[in-house]
Design a protein around this ligand. Structure first.
Ligand SMILES: [Zn+2]
Length: 202
């Protein structure tokens, strides 16, 4: 009984670590160590904060499957920085939802954790307006051509605002984001801007 509590307390006192490789960080370092930080690739399209790969792929994997939900802090800070390009131009921030069954298994929705600091940075509400109706196989497990079919009709939305910033952790084909955007449009959003932490190229 005591052990988990004690470990939790030690985690709070532990120095921050690199999101990608777990190296101890100097005070004030922004989420990644001196070896990993130069390998980060900002996404020039603005769809992602970073290009997926290398330390970013490691960080996302550790964050979701570690599971290391506390990595939402440095990763969310990166995303919030990228989101400032949308300042004053969106009315709400909406995370891509997990199906309740997957949420229960993982214990947290990575997109929700990332969306929170984004909403705070933009000064707009965080809205859980999207619902995932079907428990679909993980997109990562599917061939690219099957991903659109996998998520078609998988989401419903309630009204969130006229202009929505839609948040997810990783974009590969964009199929999930496109389905979410059409559900939000059906619920009255007139503009949906997707933004992800990491965009996979090609
Ligand atoms: Zn590192």
């Amino acid at each position: 009984m005591l052990r988990p509590l004690l470990e939790g307390a030690l985690d709070l006192l532990a120095p921050p670590r690199c999101a990608a490789c777990d190296a101890t960080l100097d005070a004030g370092a922004a989420g990644f160590c001196d070896a990993c930080a130069p390998l980060l690739d900002p996404d020039p399209t603005g769809l992602g904060a970073l290009i997926y790969g290398g330390p970013v792929a490691d960080a996302v994997r550790r964050f979701k499957y570690g599971p290391r939900p506390e990595l939402a802090r440095p990763l969310g800070a990166r995303l919030a920085q990228a989101a400032l390009a949308h300042a004053g131009q969106v009315d709400a921030v909406v995370p891509v939802p997990l199906h309740p069954r997957r949420l229960a298994a993982r214990g947290f929705n990575q997109a929700s954790l990332l969306a929170r600091p984004v909403a705070r940075a933009l000064g707009v509400p965080l809205s859980f307006a999207l619902r995932r109706l079907r428990h679909t196989p993980s997109q990562a497990s599917l061939e690219v051509t099957r991903r659109l079919d996998n998520v078609r009709g998988a989401f419903r939305a309630r009204p969130a605002g006229g202009r929505v910033l839609l948040i997810d952790d990783v974009r590969t084909t964009g199929a999930t984001l496109a389905e979410c955007a059409s559900a939000l449009a059906a619920a009255g959003a007139r503009e949906v801007r997707p933004l992800v932490l990491a965009r996979a190229e090609g």
